[in-house]
Ligand binder design. Structure first.
Ligand code: HXC
Ligand code: NAP
Length: 295
């Protein structure tokens, strides 16, 4: 049998999927754009001429995102923001408007997540992840939608999700449930706001390891030694691939795509059979001892 080579690698980071200047004069507001995939998505819009607003909590992340956009020559503004807080979200949109006018595109990329067996999860741990990932996404959509409806202007929203929204996410019950809510919210808002010219889509990354991943997530992933061979594509995603998909979804060439969730994962989520590998409990996968209700 010939060696398996998997899906071909993409062009290198730095190439653009769309024609130069596609987003000239367009302002793109990206939550969590100071790290990982948010920064990668913002970078692709920046390469195509957009002005970028980076919204997140931590100064070091805001600074890292700002530097990355400046290196690409893009106009950039930062907006300290906790997306769980409606006033903070409104203030971030005020800052964006002052810098570049009302953002034309909103990318809800910020999310919270850590691996934990459901029986160990505290009520506050559940609430925190749902609050950031689902409620935060709603609050940003709401602010963006209300401002555009008032102004009578069109817009485009991309909500970043995860495929365990529809498969379930053992070890990530909070995040999986929140992402299921995000997918559903995307579909509702797409219908409610299309008459006003606002398009709402979802974008789901597969496995895209990066250096900004939290220690918890990196530790969890670290238990799988060779990640490439675990994917049907025989490789993980490269960040620019997600960024290119995002720029397409918000571009003039995708105006009739609405309420859709685009999965960029090399078909990994469909890799399920009735003869899966032997079951290992989530506790064992995470190297935890027996459940202790007092622990
Ligand atoms: C169990 C935990 C925990 C952990 C926090 N908690 N980390 N429980 N295991 N590893 C609990 C705390 O004990 C607390 O509950 C509650 O969660 C809130 O914790 P805080 O630290 O007070 O919350 P906060 O400061 O708001 O920080 C939120 C956070 C943090 C989610 C805990 O990790 C964060 O800010 N993350 C942002 C970045 C992020 O999560 N990125 C991942 C996105 S990647 P108690 O009961 O003690 O009060 C993704 C998909 C990856 O989503 C897919 C990979 C394959
Ligand atoms: P990441 O680097 O940890 O980024 C998360 C971002 O969210 C951070 O920049 C963080 O910035 C911001 N954030 C968290 N809580 C916030 C809050 N309350 N208010 C404002 N900003 C907040 O994670 P990532 O891997 O790039 O993930 C990006 C998106 O892709 C997420 O939606 C994630 O669920 C999804 N995803 C990723 C993968 C993957 O393989 N990486 C797979 C599936 C889905 P601050 O700390 O500065 O606030």
């Amino acid at each position: 049998m010939a060696d398996l080579s998997g899906l071909p690698h993409p062009p290198p980071a730095g190439e653009t999927a769309l024609k130069p200047g596609t987003f000239d004069g367009v302002c793109v507001f990206v939550t969590g754009a100071g790290t990982g995939l948010g920064k990668a998505i913002a970078s692709e819009f920046a390469r195509l001429g957009a002005s970028i607003v980076i919204a997140s909590r931590k100064a070091e992340h805001l600074e890292a995102g700002e530097l990355a956009m400046k290196e690409l020559g893009a106009p950039v503004a930062t907006a300290p923001c906790d997306i769980r807080d409606a006033d903070s979200v409104a203030a971030a949109f005020d800052a964006a408007e002052s810098a570049f006018g009302l953002p034309d595109v909103l990318v809800n990329n910020a999310a919270a997540n850590f691996p934990v067996p459901a029986e160990d999860m505290s009520p506050n741990a559940w609430r925190t992840v749902v609050d950031i990932t689902l409620n935060g996404t709603f609050l940003c959509c709401r602010e963006f939608g209300r401002r555009h409806l008032s102004a009578g202007t069109p817009g485009s929203i991309i909500n970043v999700g995860a495929s365990y929204a529809w498969t379930g996410g053992p070890g990530f019950a909070h995040s999986a449930a929140a992402k299921a809510g995000v997918k559903n919210l995307t579909e509702t808002l797409a219908v409610e706001w299309a008459p006003y010219g606002i398009q709402v889509n979802g974008l789901v990354p597969g496995l895209f390891p990066h250096e900004d991943m939290t220690a918890d997530i990196q530790g969890n992933l670290g238990r799988t030694h060779d990640k490439d061979v675990c994917q049907p594509a025989l490789r993980v995603g490269q960040r620019q691939e997600l960024g290119w998909a995002a720029t397409f979804l918000a571009s003039p060439y995708a105006r009739f795509i609405n309420g859709h969730t685009l999965v960029v994962d090399g078909a990994n989520w469909q890799r399920r059979t009735l003869t899966n590998p032997p079951v290992v409990s989530v506790r064992n996968q995470m190297g935890k001892g027996p459940f202790d209700a007092g622990g």
